[in-house]
Design a protein around this ligand. Structure first.
Ligand SMILES: Nc1ncnc2c1ncn2[C@@H]1O[C@H](COP(=O)(O)OP(=O)(O)OP(=O)(O)O)[C@@H](O)[C@H]1O
Ligand SMILES: [Mg+2]
Length: 427
């Protein structure tokens, strides 16, 4: 639902931002900080004034991790704002990314692009821009970011970006934010930093903020709630609690028999020297997820997995609906497709996204693991982020703080299953 701007409330921070003359911002301005702190909507609200002051001589670019994230995060608010509140018009061609904004008697040619992949830089070579809005800047590829900055050659060109904090080893923190905070004059000439806390969004209720706080802990809490750029350390699922989140086999059988579990599905991470992990999940009508059963073994073929799945369908007396599998082994997935009744997906989710979904479930006590799933339980207690020294290796990459790829087979299978179910069937 787009925002009702007539009801907007403004904190001191956002009043300051909105009151500033567009031309008195430097080349790049970053709004970063806590989730839901109003970063994106402050920029959205500022855009008409910024356009008016820059003029319409050159191209204006909107980027995000992908075109669809720009659409979902930005255009969904920008279009009704321009059309219903300012009497303008926003035309967007989803497939080409071309966009035209008409406002106050001027037409602004714009382009929407995804910047998340290493090859996305190819889509923006050449051309001159006088405006760039990067939604979730740390999710852009480093080469895209550098290319984008080099397109902004006119003297009146301005770029704005928003972000949630990431690892302190991320290029954005190392190259811009840290030197800015250390008063580096070179950086301060071209870069301005606005830090937002949740309390800087006057439109949020106390209950909403409290609920958001429940979603995160550890490094995630420091970043998403406190808005700090810190290195993630320790266990990935540090709120997984064996006394709360493990359930007995009898209880599981009971839930199956009484039809409490309404859908069954699987996540599969293929291996050979590394073990293959195949996890059978169930979900009840309240959206609580159960890990019912696991197959975990080195050096097994697709045939063994197929046999196991068919056996389990008999044992539980239910058909399973789908499996979301590791896409690195298409031939194995094809075998499954032919030999089972399941829909086989090969939708590998991004680690950060799927880990945070699983974390959310754990924090709300919505993921329970059967005591017999010992390999998975072991991984819950060891799946961790690299230490600060281990992290230095990844410096400058987008992946500064992904969990270590060590004993993560069940964790991967779990992410695949849950991500697919949550994002596809549970909207
Ligand atoms: N000016 C405003 N008027 C009314 N509601 C607003 C306004 N600004 C923000 N909000 C409310 O606060 C929510 C969060 O704002 P916004 O999406 O800008 O935050 P954000 O900091 O970009 O969040 P995220 O980190 O999740 O991207 C909005 O969905 C909206 O409900
Ligand atoms: Mg945002």
């Amino acid at each position: 639902m787009p925002v009702k701007w007539e009801n907007s409330k403004y904190s001191k921070k956002s009043k300051q931002f909105l009151a500033k003359d567009p031309m008195s911002f430097p080349l790049l301005t970053l709004l970063d900080g806590a989730v839901r702190s109003g970063k994106t909507l402050n920029i959205v609200q500022k855009i008409p004034q910024i356009f008016d002051s820059i003029g319409n001589e050159y191209l204006k670019v909107f980027s995000g991790y992908s075109k669809s994230t720009v659409r979902n995060n930005v255009l969904i608010e920008l279009k009704p704002y321009i059309e219903n509140y300012l009497g303008g018009n926003l035309k967007y061609n989803t497939s080409s990314g071309e966009m035209e904004i008409s406002l106050w008697g001027k037409k602004y040619p714009c382009l929407v692009v995804g910047g998340g992949d290493s090859d996305s830089v190819a889509s923006i070579q050449g051309g001159t821009w006088d405006f760039w809005y990067a939604n979730e800047l740390p999710q852009h590829h480093y080469s895209f970011y550098n290319m984008a900055l080099s397109r902004l050659t006119p003297a009146n060109a301005r770029a704005f970006a928003d972000s949630n904090p990431e690892s302190a080893n991320h290029w954005l923190y190392q190259e811009k934010i840290k030197p800015y905070l250390e008063n580096n004059p070179e950086v301060r000439k071209v870069f301005e930093y606005w830090h937002f806390k949740m309390s800087d969004n006057a439109n949020l209720s106390k209950t909403f903020i409290e609920n958001q706080e429940k979603l995160y802990s550890g490094a995630f809490k420091a970043r998403k709630i406190d808005g700090l750029w810190i290195v993630a350390e320790g266990l990935v699922y540090d709120t997984f609690n064996t006394s709360k989140h493990v359930i007995s086999h009898n209880q599981i059988i009971d839930k199956v028999k009484t039809n409490n579990i309404v859908e069954y599905f699987l996540g599969i991470d293929w291996g050979w020297n590394h073990p293959t992990a195949c996890l059978l999940m169930g979900v009840d009508r309240f959206g609580k997820y159960y890990l019912l059963d696991e197959l975990y073994s080195q050096k097994i073929e697709a045939d063994n997995v197929i046999k196991w799945i068919n056996q389990k369908q008999q044992e539980y007396g239910r058909y399973f609906s789908f499996a979301n599998c590791d896409n690195a082994r298409p031939e194995q997935n094809d075998k499954l497709r032919k030999a089972t009744n399941l829909v086989i997906y090969e939708d590998k989710p991004r680690i950060e996204d799927s880990v945070s979904l699983v974390r959310g479930l754990i924090n709300y006590d919505k993921l329970l693991v059967c005591e017999t799933c010992t390999a998975t339980l072991n991984e819950f207690l060891t799946y961790r982020y690299p230490s600060e020294t281990e992290q230095l290796k990844f410096m400058g990459s987008n992946n500064a703080d992904l969990p270590l790829k060590l004993n993560d087979d069940c964790m991967d299978a779990l992410r695949y299953a849950i991500f697919k179910h949550l994002t596809t069937f549970n909207r």
